[in-house]
Design a protein around this ligand. Sequence first.
Ligand SMILES: *Cc1c(COP(=O)(O)O)cnc(C)c1O
Length: 486
Amino acid sequence: MTKLIFEKSKPGRISANIPSLTNEQLKPINDYIPENYVRKDIAKLPEVSEVDLIRHFSELARRNFSIDSGFYPLGSCTMKYNPKINEQVARFERLTKLHPKAPEEQVQGALEIMFILGEYLKEISGFKAITLQPAAGAHGELTGLLMIKKYFEKLGDKKRTKVLVPDTAHGTNPATAGMCGFKVIEIKSNSKGQVDLESLKNNLDEEVAAIMLTNPNTLGIFEEDILTISKMVHKVGGLQYYDGANLNAIMGIARPGDMGFDVCHLNLHKTFSTPHGGGGPGAGVVCCNEKLEAFLPIPILTKDKRGKYFWNYDKKDSIGKIKAYYGNFGMFVRALAYIWANGKEGLKQVSFDAVLNANYLKNKLKKDFDLPYDINCMHEFVLSGNRQKKQGVSTLSMAKRLLDFGIHAPTIYFPLVVQEAIMIEPTETESKEELDNFVTIMKQVAGEVISKPDFVNGAPYNTPVRRVDETQAARNLNLCWSLSCN
Ligand SMILES: *Cc1c(COP(=O)(O)O)cnc(C)c1O
């Protein structure tokens, strides 16, 4: 078996390691390196065979939990399966080898992919215009609120200093509003888990720039009064921002544009099955109506009369660029593959199945846990671990115990309006068998809370890393890559 011998980096300044450069050429770089950063010993690199190397990385990969290794009911994060065909398409060399600075006439196909995707997303969300640039949901929110800010600046309306955010909102909403310089006003939700119209009315005035709403909200509940809310906000001259990170519940059935919203972001890495988190990068595209179109980031992808695509930079009211180049292109390819693979009826079916799966789990689990809002949910629902907390076991401990069964914990302690919250989103890509398996495990954990609470409080037992001291981890952050580098 061949050994992989890594070239040892020698003591001293950079020289032989970059054979294409002469010492003369390297001198300016070397002069720049402070003495204490110059290597004094030969680097200790391992000498291992290929099979050892592969086993090492495979072992590390196995320790990583992903949707490909098990059920991942992380509420609000929509961890649905990412079909592998999307990955194959995104890896076509003719797409991966493109240079972002290539002239438009040489990349018409890539531009067409982005254009067609944009058309579909406009149709799905019910809006007139789109930018694909933002790299995440939070980035989309920033884009949308900057556009709203510019809209009022353009009108010469200087009093719009407030953004309304319901108490069930995702944390990124108030953070974004704050970052854009707005005052964040919290709107209470009512006993049905929806925006309280009284609370809204009391906070609506000519200082309101916008309300940021998620619908269905993060309790998984559809805002029945959405049309009334839109009318109320527009009546005082405010705009409506739709947090469409998760469109899983309503895709193909209802559209934010039709609910009276002016602008929204959609997370391709949630609803449109492109990878998440460590598998990212993300894409938080922003769609808007004619009121806000002029303020979209430049450049705008445009099709001329002869059917050629080009980047239009000639938009004097644009908020400017929001990201390098045009957004995360690989994600656009995956999302379009997903839309085409499902088709119009398929996308609608996604929503039906996501809602059905969530309601199935909710009904199966509502006897074993508290259910603060016992009404039909949309793509997710929120249980409370209050009953178990009284037995001395917190939601956190139950979430840790689930890891022992190869299940990723649901989102916990969010939304904040539910104590000991357990927010479950199964998504449409799970089978009935998998859902039933989850129900059995959740019931077992609920049983263990009664029969052996201390055991649950010590979980997890089967994971590569056992229970960590979260307070210590936050206070004494140690980012060493190996135990020996302490
Ligand atoms: C995930 C999510 C966001 C933020 O999206 P990121 O891509 O993580 O920045 C915003 N709002 C809601 C409701 C979400 O679920």
